[in-house]
Design a protein around this ligand. Structure first.
Ligand code: SF4
Length: 442
């Protein structure tokens, strides 16, 4: 029996794809072992979104060669797509059998990993920019019983100037609605209680298909087909938040009131240099509409700090825009130069110390926003999906519908169930809650 180890860096899409590899290896009778244990085949699903992610990818490859000399090392993901030859030439892989599988050919990965003959690099890399179909990657289940990711779309056509993704994942492609529903039913049958609908550019869902369904229509079908599952949208571009999506979120009890929206900069000049297609006034209007329709919704915002040419004045605009924006939390990232992107060729790269200081300022602002949102909900009752983990004090953990992390006392029978919880006090980064007995929890 072949021993297989899989390790994954990066986004939810990579996690979904790795879960598919795992399902397929198990189906073929292989034994899954933890990464770092001796294995016959090691799969490394890499990321290249920042310079650090690329370096981490190479570190994992070195570790694989060290811990399992003689193993077949299969490298896939965005870093593999961008730097295939560089990886093959790594000194540490001199004595290993190496396969590189491009993002467009991930459905061939398991066959490739188990075959005896050597790999054909040009065939396995493919031409990602010419891909017109998403690769089929069915998943049986996720190791985490509670939550599963469902990839409905891959690729992007937007070419934001800082982003390498359109080059690593190719153009936007969607999974047919029938296949999405089939996958959701499999997850529901395996006992997953929450499905996070993910894509690289989720709001583009369906535009390449003839079915005429957009992301709102897809979610409507999903919510109706598996009413016992709660759905969360992973992230959506501001201009793609359509009234229909908000209506659905307001009306369907199993579509979670939570939107994660990339802003990237609160300065119009920088937005334009980033090739983002909205201005701050559009963004603020969209967030206000979301909150008008769904007042308790969690609104998460991505911000990229230190884009080339970002002066203190630009940054101050971002800071003040975010201070005034009624959002719940911020994901703040320092800009990192990706070779091959337009932004990497721009002069005026911002010094690391300046970026670090700006990131710290916005992260502090994000913490204030979060605390204000949590405080506003103290004393209220919300549905919490209890997960399999406990905190250091032995409390159960879970998230409310509107993404408040909650710790509560309770026993094992509550795991992977929805319970009604009264939110009582803030403790560090969580809210302490009390399970309300005898209430209607449906
Ligand atoms: S929308 Fe922009 S940032 Fe997002 S994946 Fe596409 S190019 Fe990258």
């Amino acid at each position: 029996m072949k021993r297989i180890a899989i390790t994954t860096l990066g986004c939810k899409i990579n996690q979904f794809e790795s879960a598919s590899f795992q399902s397929e290896f198990e189906l073929r009778g292989c034994a899954l072992v933890a990464f770092g244990q001796p294995a016959d085949v090691i799969v490394i699903n890499t990321c290249t979104v920042t310079g650090k992610a690329g370096a981490q990818s190479r570190q994992l490859i070195r570790k694989a060669a060290r811990t399992s000399p003689g193993a077949k090392i299969v490298i896939t993901g965005c870093h593999a797509q961008m730097a295939a030859q560089e990886l093959i030439d790594m000194e540490e892989l001199r004595d290993s059998q190496v396969c590189i599988v491009g993002n467009g050919n991930k459905h061939l990965l398991v066959d490739t990993a188990l075959q005896e003959k050597s790999c054909d690099l040009s065939m396995l890399m493919g031409k990602i920019l010419r891909k017109t179909e998403i690769c089929p990657l069915p998943v049986r289940r996720f190791n985490d019983r509670t939550r599963a990711f469902l990839r409905v779309q891959d690729g992007c056509n937007s070419y934001c100037t800082y982003c390498i993704v359109p080059y690593t994942r190719g153009p936007s492609r969607s999974l047919a609605a029938g296949e999405v529903l089939r996958q959701a039913e499999i997850f529901a049958g395996e006992g997953h209680k929450e499905i996070v609908v993910t894509g690289i550019h989720t709001g583009m869902y369906g535009r390449d298909l003839k079915e005429g369904k957009d992301i709102a229509a897809l979610l409507q079908e999903l919510c109706a087909a598996t009413p016992g599952v709660r759905y969360r949208l992973s992230s959506i571009e501001p201009l793609e938040i359509q009234p229909e999506l908000l209506r659905l979120m307001a009306e369907r009890s199993n579509f979670m009131p939570h939107l994660h929206i990339p802003l990237q900069s609160g300065d119009d000049e920088i937005l334009s240099r980033m090739n983002r297609r909205y201005r701050t006034s559009d963004f603020a209007a969209i967030v206000n509409t979301c909150l008008r329709d769904i007042p308790d919704a969690a609104i998460g915002i991505d911000v990229l700090v230190g884009f080339p040419g970002e002066t203190e004045r630009h940054f101050a605009n971002t800071e003040s825009f975010l201070r005034d924006l009624a959002c719940t939390y911020l994901h703040v990232f320092p800009y990192s130069k990706r070779p091959g992107t337009v932004a990497s060729t721009l002069k005026e790269q911002v010094a690391k110390a300046v970026k670090d200081e700006r990131v710290a300022r916005l992260r502090a602002l994000g913490e204030q926003k979060k605390a204000a949102f949590y405080s506003r909900h103290l004393g209220t009752r919300r549905q919490v999906l209890v997960e399999g983990k406990r905190d250091s004090k032995g409390m159960l953990k879970g998230f409310t519908d509107n993404y408040i992390p909650v710790c509560l006392p309770g026993d094992e029978t509550m795991i992977n169930t929805l319970v009604l919880v009264e939110l009582q006090e803030i403790s560090d980064t969580n809210v302490i809650g009390k399970h309300i007995q005898g209430c209607n929890e449906s």
